[in-house]
Design a protein. Structure first.
Length: 147
């Protein structure tokens, strides 16, 4: 139960202290390969995450989702494209603002690490599905005779 309380507290803080913005349907929040500008907390509406390869492997995020978290924490490029699919109210956290929050509130680090662990597990499942799909395609590809 302590973990649930910590996660709820983290979610509350991220929602309440974020910079609130509204984005209409079809707005691209960020694109695969772009430098991370920040993380979005979905407050209302929906956002889709696409890898850019197999749309069936994308996912839709609703209220409570933290979109762009890994890239914002690591300050690496985004690994997906995020597009608003239903008019959304979002909370925005720049890398510096999120870093400052975590330094001031270290008790928020543990539940954030748990969320990151879940995201890593999800990404491994997506990678596995991509490899399986690629292997299926390669099995049906005719061999090209070398001359």
């Amino acid at each position: 139960m302590a973990d649930d309380t910590a996660s709820i507290h983290l979610q509350y803080v991220l929602e309440q202290r974020s910079e609130r913005i509204r984005k209409p349907k079809s707005t691209v929040l960020f694109r695969l390969g772009e430098k991370a500008a920040g993380m979005f907390v979905v407050l209302s509406g929906k956002v889709s995450l696409e890898l850019g390869v197999e749309s069936a492997l994308g996912r839709t995020c609703g209220p409570g989702a933290l979109v762009g978290l890994p890239s914002t924490l690591t300050r690496h490029n985004y690994s997906m494209t995020a597009t608003v699919t239903e008019d959304a109210e979002l909370g925005f956290w720049s890398p510096d603002a999120l870093d400052s929050l975590l330094r001031k509130r270290p008790e928020l680090c543990q539940p954030l690490l748990a969320i990151l662990g879940e995201k890593i597990a999800e990404n491994h499942e997506v990678e596995r599905a991509l490899l399986t799909e690629q292997n299926k395609r390669n099995q049906f590809r005719p061999e090209v005779a070398s001359t």
